[in-house]
Ligand binder design. Structure first.
Ligand code: ATP
Length: 328
């Protein structure tokens, strides 16, 4: 990542960032502190799976003395590192990560309310050390819970009827002072990239990892779920039949599992985009960066072009936006 652009350029980047002007109404968002007037400035990196959120969050953390707070509801657990596509330690370039692989999957599913409190603690701790919290992850229900000024577990902006019910709520506030970056990729390009990524994950040992997962599950007491927190990870349900069903080990069962993983990963990405668009519709000031050219270059196998497009379209504009945000 090159040095962040000077301030005059950031203004120009504003347009390149493709902010929807009608949505970008920061005056609608009174920033609420934590009771003592403290307002932490937080960078939030959103986007569908496979768009490069994790890479961007690490690059921004490197540039701006940040630390990453994971907001992926499956990656919070220890285990299934390949299947859940956790960023390997070697690729974190020394950037500290919080809530990534820390939780025992036996502890059960994490609710958005609990995540809200865990994230608030991590954010306060990072900001307290004078560093920049960079929240990154694909679980938009977690991001919503962590960033909403007022959080009501009984109300979700992602459900039908949200608009009518939202009108009855007091004006939305944000809990922190936020710079939201949305890494977006054209749907067809992303779908192709996701299929490719599933093949890469299989080559990286996903099936062997799932074999161990199912062995542990089998060794557990009858009726006891060994890893409830991880049981919803894409790959687990899809490979159950291959490992434990009547068609155990059959090539057709393997192929069916892979096809189901690809379909479910594509569906997850579509759902994630739908949720991000909903947050934008609600008025959250999201700044969109377009990683389509970078992903397309990767699919075409041109490494130099990947770097150039990523820098030009994603890392450069993202860094300019964060620089401006931190300077304000
Ligand atoms: P929901 O409340 O519908 O689960 P969400 O916004 O809270 O949505 P998402 O992150 O969109 O959560 O995850 C939805 C589902 O997608 C998960 O339950 C899981 O099946 C799958 N999933 C999400 N992230 C991963 C991951 N890193 N690895 C494997 N599967 C994942």
């Amino acid at each position: 990542v090159a040095a962040a652009a000077p301030p005059q350029q950031s203004r120009r980047h504003h347009h390149q960032l493709d902010i929807c002007e009608s949505c970008y109404r920061p005056e609608r968002f009174s920033v609420r502190g934590n009771g003592d007037g403290r307002k932490e400035s937080v960078v939030v990196v959103m986007g569908a799976t496979g768009t490069g959120k994790s890479k961007l969050s690490i690059e921004l953390s490197t540039l701006f003395a940040g630390e990453v707070v994971n907001a992926d509801k499956i990656q919070v657990y220890r285990g299934l590192d390949t299947t859940t596509n956790k960023m390997p330690a070697a690729e974190r370039h020394g950037v500290a990560h919080h809530l990534l692989g820390d939780l025992d999957p036996a502890a059960g599913e994490l609710s958005p309310s609990v995540f809200r409190e865990m994230a608030a603690r991590a954010i306060a701790e990072i900001a307290g050390r004078g560093r920049v919290p960079v929240v990154a992850g694909g679980s938009n229900s977690f991001i919503y819970a962590a960033m909403a000024g007022r959080y009501d577990p009984g109300w979700s902006p992602f459900e039908a009827g949200w608009r009518r019910r939202m009108r009855r709520r007091e004006a939305e506030t944000l809990r922190h002072r936020c710079c939201f970056l949305w890494v977006d990729v054209d749907a067809a390009t992303l779908a192709e990239q996701l299929d490719r990524r599933v093949d890469e994950m299989l080559a990286a040992g996903m099936v062997e990892e799932l074999a161990r997962y199912f062995e542990e599950e089998e060794a557990a007491e009858a009726g006891e779920t060994r890893h409830p927190g991880l049981s919803k990870a894409i790959g687990v349900a899809e490979f159950r039949e291959y490992f434990r069903g009547e068609r155990r080990g059959a090539t057709a069962a393997y192929e069916a599992a892979v096809a189901a993983i690809k379909a479910n990963t594509r569906r997850l990405a579509q759902e994630q985009v739908r949720k991000i668009e909903r947050l934008e519709e609600m008025g959250w000031p999201l700044r969109r960066v377009d990683a389509t050219a970078a992903v397309a270059a990767r699919l075409a196998g041109s490494a130099a072009e990947v770097e150039a497009a990523w820098e030009r379209d994603v890392a450069g504009p993202g860094a300019a936006a964060v620089e401006q945000f931190l300077d304000e």
